[in-house]
Ligand binder design. Structure first.
Ligand SMILES: O=C(O)[C@@H](O)C(=O)CO
Ligand SMILES: [Mg+2]
Length: 267
């Protein structure tokens, strides 16, 4: 059975960020992920995890100026020093949270630009090396161009080739099933093919990016497939609840290891 992690950037947004940890634990989750913790002190985040008995499955390294539209800085050669500082910041939060994998975003850049490709390769190599020293994995996530127009890393085959080329044991794929279905389709065959390099999985319905309980993909089949493939990592629930987080957790009741939904969404 997959180990689900509630994505606290998208789920439980009815609560303030630090209160989402307790809300997720109360709903039966034993792990969480989010995009960025950097507006909060590392110890404050670590304390909420410990207090609620939660494992931190994943978060992203600093992405540059997100509010101004940046989506990572790794593909920009002129920002390599900033990239190095951002890795240091991420590792401070990793130490406080005990997370074992971090996601490096590429940025909005042209994959046909050799300078962007070289910069990205160098940034990946640097970040993976720094994370390896702390026993952490670096994960890379292809993201579809409808949600993130102009995003550099927008193709699973390109990401697979890059990971192979780098040949670093702690460099892995963040397989977001939602993005895979939108970019390429053929999700099951791609899961089978890419499982050996997959370090993290994320889910959402397609096309709405809501609960994994309908629309284009058959998630019960895909969860069973992850089990058949021996995937023992986390599955991040990176979706926007249709009508309230708790109200949308019926799909999760089958899989929750703790009593689900003190607030009664099971009814
Ligand atoms: O799929 C996504 O959008 C995220 O996993 C992410 O890290 C960047 O937004
Ligand atoms: Mg994702």
């Amino acid at each position: 059975m997959p180990r689900f992690a509630a994505n606290l950037t998208m789920m439980f947004t009815e609560w303030s960020f630090l209160d989402r940890f307790a809300a997720a634990a109360d709903a039966g989750f034993t792990a969480v992920e989010f995009l960025f913790p950097y507006e909060h002190a590392p110890d404050a985040v670590g304390e909420r995890l410990a207090r609620n008995g939660l494992t931190q499955a994943l978060f992203n390294l600093p992405p540059g100026n997100w509010a101004a539209g940046e989506r990572g800085i790794a593909a920009f050669p002129e920002r390599f020093d900033e990239l190095k500082a951002s890795v240091k910041t991420g590792l401070t939060y990793a130490a406080a949270t005990g997370v074992k994998r971090l996601h490096l975003m590429s940025g909005l850049a042209d994959r046909a630009d050799p300078k962007a490709c070289a910069a990205y390769g160098e940034a990946v190599s640097y970040a993976a090396g720094a994370l390896a020293e702390q026993g952490l994995d670096l994960v890379l996530e292809p993201i579809n161009g409808r949600n993130m127009p102009g995003y550099f890393l927008n193709d699973f085959a390109f990401t697979q080739a890059l990971i192979a080329e780098q040949g670093l044991p702690n460099l892995k794929l963040q397989f977001d099933i939602y993005h895979c279905q939108i970019i390429h389709g053929d999700v099951t065959m791609r899961l089978r093919q890419l499982m050996p390099i997959t370090g993290h999985v994320q889910i959402a319905s397609v096309p709405s990016r809501n609960e994994p309980d309908g629309e284009e993909l058959n998630y019960p089949f895909l969860f069973a497939e992850l089990d058949r493939l021996g995937y023992d990592g986390f599955v991040g629930c990176e979706y926007n609840p249709r009508a309230g987080t708790l109200e949308g957790l019926r799909w999760f009741a089958t899989y929750a290891t703790a009593p689900v939904l003190k607030a009664g969404a099971n009814g």
